[in-house]
Design a protein around this ligand. Sequence first.
Ligand SMILES: *[C@@H]1O[C@H](CO)[C@@H](O)[C@H](O)[C@H]1NC(C)=O
Ligand SMILES: *[C@@H]1O[C@H](CO)[C@@H](O)[C@H](O)[C@H]1NC(C)=O
Ligand SMILES: *[C@@H]1O[C@H](CO)[C@@H](O)[C@H](O)[C@H]1NC(C)=O
Ligand SMILES: *[C@@H]1O[C@H](CO)[C@@H](O)[C@H](O)[C@H]1NC(C)=O
Ligand SMILES: *[C@@H]1O[C@H](CO)[C@@H](O)[C@H](O)[C@H]1NC(C)=O
Ligand SMILES: *[C@@H]1O[C@H](CO)[C@@H](O)[C@H](O)[C@H]1NC(C)=O
Ligand SMILES: *[C@@H]1O[C@H](CO)[C@@H](O)[C@H](O)[C@H]1NC(C)=O
Ligand SMILES: *[C@@H]1O[C@H](CO)[C@@H](O)[C@H](O)[C@H]1NC(C)=O
Ligand SMILES: *[C@@H]1O[C@H](CO)[C@@H](O)[C@H](O)[C@H]1NC(C)=O
Ligand SMILES: *[C@@H]1O[C@H](CO)[C@@H](O)[C@H](O)[C@H]1NC(C)=O
Ligand SMILES: *[C@@H]1O[C@H](CO)[C@@H](O)[C@H](O)[C@H]1NC(C)=O
Ligand SMILES: *[C@@H]1O[C@H](CO)[C@@H](O)[C@H](O)[C@H]1NC(C)=O
Length: 416
Amino acid sequence: MMKPSHTFAALIIAWFSVLGSIQAVTLEVKEGNSTCIKAELSASFSITYNTSNSTTSVSVPLPNSTTVDTGSSSCGADGRSPWLVAVFGSGHALGLSFTTNGSLYSVANLTLQYNLSDSSFFPGANSSDVVTVVSSSVGIWAPINSTYRCFSPITFKVGEATVTFSDMKLEAYMPGNDLSPTESVCIADKAGTTAPPTTAGTTTVAPPPTPAGKPEQGTYSVNNTNGTVCLLAQMGLQLNVSYFSRSQNKTIQALVNLVPNVTNPSGSCNTTSATLTLTEANATMLSFSFTLNTTNNKYHLSTITLQANWSDMAGTFSVGNNSLDYMRSTLGRSYMCNAEQILEVGPTFSLNTFRLQVQPFQVTTNQFATAEECQMDQDQMLIPIVVGAALAGLVLIILIAYLIGRRRSHAGYQTI
Ligand SMILES: *[C@@H]1O[C@H](CO)[C@@H](O)[C@H](O)[C@H]1NC(C)=O
Ligand SMILES: *[C@@H]1O[C@H](CO)[C@@H](O)[C@H](O)[C@H]1NC(C)=O
Ligand SMILES: *[C@@H]1O[C@H](CO)[C@@H](O)[C@H](O)[C@H]1NC(C)=O
Ligand SMILES: *[C@@H]1O[C@H](CO)[C@@H](O)[C@H](O)[C@H]1NC(C)=O
Ligand SMILES: *[C@@H]1O[C@H](CO)[C@@H](O)[C@H](O)[C@H]1NC(C)=O
Ligand SMILES: *[C@@H]1O[C@H](CO)[C@@H](O)[C@H](O)[C@H]1NC(C)=O
Ligand SMILES: *[C@@H]1O[C@H](CO)[C@@H](O)[C@H](O)[C@H]1NC(C)=O
Ligand SMILES: *[C@@H]1O[C@H](CO)[C@@H](O)[C@H](O)[C@H]1NC(C)=O
Ligand SMILES: *[C@@H]1O[C@H](CO)[C@@H](O)[C@H](O)[C@H]1NC(C)=O
Ligand SMILES: *[C@@H]1O[C@H](CO)[C@@H](O)[C@H](O)[C@H]1NC(C)=O
Ligand SMILES: *[C@@H]1O[C@H](CO)[C@@H](O)[C@H](O)[C@H]1NC(C)=O
Ligand SMILES: *[C@@H]1O[C@H](CO)[C@@H](O)[C@H](O)[C@H]1NC(C)=O
């Protein structure tokens, strides 16, 4: 994984390039006089390369002058995948290959080729290579005979580069020569209701995502390389984020719940650390890392990072902290906290957890081991005990008072 600071720098660069020099291009792949792939999009690339004494990042927008390479592009005759290859500048190219199963089509892989000898893009590069990087399963898909639409920026990591698309409309396996009127809207656009139609140059933007009440509890797990579950988690998660809202033109604080049924877990486990990454709808990525101290066999949650790219945000929001000390528990046990916990991560982000149970190490038979409960739960369990004890005390006092009273009145009768 990239260092958070690098990721952040890359994202900032991507953000400025998106805001700064956004240009929409239209690309078409034809066979004879019928169009099979059409894309209207803006794109920018953030590329990391080495100079003689350091490593730098540049941001390159897909220029207006981009054209389709008719030699490499194809509509996919004789069993090959349809392929859109767009070329720009001095030996740079962006490729999208498609696949379909009859009812859905998707981008099978995203290819970026860049020519480090082009000093206008890569000043001071210590290499003159033409680098080709490929990413598969980018998650761009739509039903056949519909147009994939994503106005929100969506970012993909491809080798040493990141590719950000925005204002995108795309269709492959087209039934006609123009984009189908039926649109399949990406989840990033749905997350903040509708995204801005920036093509018209207007400044209307989406409202911020609406907060809900308590978040729903999700169940997430991470598998070992050998397929056994190595991390188990059950929790409701709520993000408390301060960010600059495009719709309100000011920094706002938003409470946003993670919705379990559109959130996918991934991650990895080894002997002293375990990571769970939750990705919601390509627009939110929340990551937890647990660390085991083998000296005392205690573990804790040491890192939380959040990357968000909601349509109301002016750019990608990225916060992380790797020196946290939350959810302390013992190896072989799980950690449980039913009460709401507020985990401060940074000045612009805290995470609220509800009905939580996690076990990052030594999970056997897909089940939680005995739990160590958080202090708040223990305190809450104490309340009924304290109340019960107080009530018992009160009953005892009343009883004693009654007995004393009775004895006194008996004594009174005897004197008469
Ligand atoms: C394709 O173009 C040829 C001539 O170039 C024309 O005869 C034919 O009708 C066209 N087909 C369609 C479907 O437009
Ligand atoms: C940059 O140089 C470092 C070593 O100095 C190397 O590990 C890394 O792979 C290089 N990166 C690229 C993009 O060539
Ligand atoms: C390399 O480092 C030296 C000093 O260490 C600096 O003067 C020079 O400008 C650097 N070169 C590049 C290409 O950054
Ligand atoms: C890479 O860029 C250099 C310099 O601009 C150019 O001479 C060369 O032809 C380019 N390579 C390719 C494969 O286009
Ligand atoms: C295509 O893939 C989708 C999702 O995997 C699936 O729901 C659908 O049934 C598949 N269609 C066919 C014809 O296989
Ligand atoms: C890109 O996707 C196509 C279609 O699935 C596949 O045949 C090809 O091998 C992929 N290319 C790479 C470099 O992964
Ligand atoms: C897509 O549209 C074409 C032409 O309108 C039609 O022949 C085809 O059956 C449609 N395919 C699907 C999967 O709806
Ligand atoms: C594979 O699973 C076993 C438990 O069934 C576990 O002890 C072992 O560490 C796992 N191996 C790897 C490489 O994760
Ligand atoms: C993890 O393993 C379980 C079975 O142990 C399996 O059902 C599940 O699909 C696996 N998940 C992933 C992401 O591989
Ligand atoms: C946003 O606010 C700033 C100052 O607060 C103002 O200058 C700017 O015009 C506003 N932009 C929009 C689009 O309302
Ligand atoms: C997710 O769950 C909500 C309610 O909990 C439901 O309304 C929605 O349809 C579900 N979405 C999917 C994709 O299952
Ligand atoms: C592990 O625990 C021991 C004993 O509590 C402590 O002295 C040590 O600093 C801890 N190590 C780390 C890396 O936190």
